[in-house]
Design a protein around this ligand. Structure first.
Ligand SMILES: Nc1ncnc2c1ncn2[C@@H]1O[C@H](COP(=O)(O)OP(=O)(O)O)[C@@H](O)[C@H]1O
Ligand SMILES: O=c1ccn([C@@H]2O[C@H](COP(=O)(O)O)[C@@H](O)[C@H]2O)c(=O)[nH]1
Length: 203
């Protein structure tokens, strides 16, 4: 199994890049695990308590479960990937049956911060987009898709997102094998990653 880790700050385009990679690859040949599915289960907290969680700090992630799931997949065992709701700020209780594939992509803002997980990646990719570009994208996406308003996005940005990005996410570039500049759609970089995957998929 080839495991590719794709990191980068919020709004840099990780999900978009993953979808672009998957387009034109044979369906079902590449599996995807999203770090977002592994935010800690906070069902014991009220909604008002949950909105105060710092979701950009590594301790908000259940890395133990993520690492164990990846180990299971490597052994050929399917996993039940939790489904996360950004509207409720919690797992939904549903899971997605995820089968082991020849190539697995793990994507998320903090996946390179955890040394044991990082060591499991054969290829580490960091997607870069400028800070202002990421904030603009996040504003648009969180308002249209994640049930937020302008004040929520901006105050989260100032209070946690920006400081956590500087402290935990940006320094992870050092571990990257490939850095994808993604201020604009980067077809060439996506093609290169797809070629690597296609080589692995060849019989
Ligand atoms: N290269 C790009 N140029 C313009 N918009 C982009 C680009 N990449 C992603 N986006 C848009 O930015 C928003 C955030 O992208 P997304 O892939 O969800 O980022 P991430 O998963 O890193 O948080 C989405 O609305 C997406 O359509
Ligand atoms: O309940 C939550 C959990 C996370 N977030 C924010 O999501 C981003 C990470 O997701 P991306 O898709 O990479 O943007 C992170 O910056 C958290 O602040 C949230 O708002 N609510």
């Amino acid at each position: 199994m080839l495991i590719i880790g794709i990191a980068g700050g919020t709004g840099c385009g990780k999900t978009t890049v993953v979808n672009q990679i998957l387009n034109e690859l044979p369906e079902g040949e590449v599996g995807v695990i999203s770090q977002d599915s592994y935010y800690n289960d906070t069902s014991h907290l009220s909604y008002d308590e949950r909105i105060n969680i710092n979701f950009d700090h590594p301790r908000s992630i259940d890395f133990e479960l993520l690492e164990n799931h990846l180990k299971e997949l490597k052994k050929g065992i399917p996993i039940h990937q939790p489904v996360y709701s950004f509207v409720k700020h919690n797992r939904t209780g549903d899971t997605i049956l995820t089968h082991p594939r020849k190539v697995m992509i793990v994507e998320g803002i903090l996946i390179l911060t955890h040394p044991e997980l990082r060591d499991m990646f054969d290829i580490k990719i960091f997607v870069h987009a400028d800070t202002d570009e990421r904030l603009i994208r996040r504003l648009k996406r969180d308002i249209s898709e994640r049930g937020r308003d302008l004040d929520e996005v901006l105050s989260r940005y100032q209070n946690t997102l920006k400081p956590m990005h500087i402290q935990f996410i940006e320094p992870m570039k050092e571990y990257a094998d490939i850095i994808i500049p993604n201020n604009k759609h980067n077809i060439v970089a996506v093609d290169i990653v797809r070629t690597i995957i296609n080589n692995k998929l060849k019989p």
